[in-house]
Design a protein. Structure first.
Length: 133
């Protein structure tokens, strides 16, 4: 088991098990709950001190990104909920590939998409509390 992330007070640790460089399992450990297995690869997608995780999960036909919320990420103002496709993060004609990273405050999100020619392109989304016309 390889520790990948620890929050500042070490009360939450994210780790994984890999065999010959291939991820087998991911875990989230907290002092209060112990270790729980996560449904996918969370490397690179950790925010809110380990309470918000972006996991790449194989659903049997393709890999998708899932948002896993714990602790303060479940609080009403802990992490904004956003549908990336509805928000227009991925332009028309592009296919969302992955949400690759998220800032610790869950306000900056980055990922990749594929354009109509098949080229991989990066995108970044900065979430703000309000906007005006």
């Amino acid at each position: 088991m390889t520790p990948y992330y620890a929050n500042p007070d070490a009360s939450t640790i994210i780790s994984y098990v890999a065999n010959d460089g291939v991820l087998e399992r991911s875990f989230r450990w907290t002092a209060s709950e112990g270790a729980i297995e996560l449904p996918g690869d969370v490397r690179g997608g950790i925010a809110l001190g380990g309470d918000l995780l972006l996991a790449r999960v194989w659903d049997g036909t393709r890999t998708e990104t899932r948002v896993l919320k714990y602790g303060r990420a479940l609080e009403a103002d802990g992490a904004p909920a956003i549908d990336l496709l509805e928000a227009g993060v991925v332009p028309e004609g592009y296919e969302l590939r992955f949400v690759d990273a998220i800032s610790d405050d869950a306000r900056l999100v980055a990922g990749t998409a594929t354009d109509a020619a098949g080229a991989t392109r990066g995108w970044m989304l900065r979430l703000i509390d309000s906007c005006s016309p």
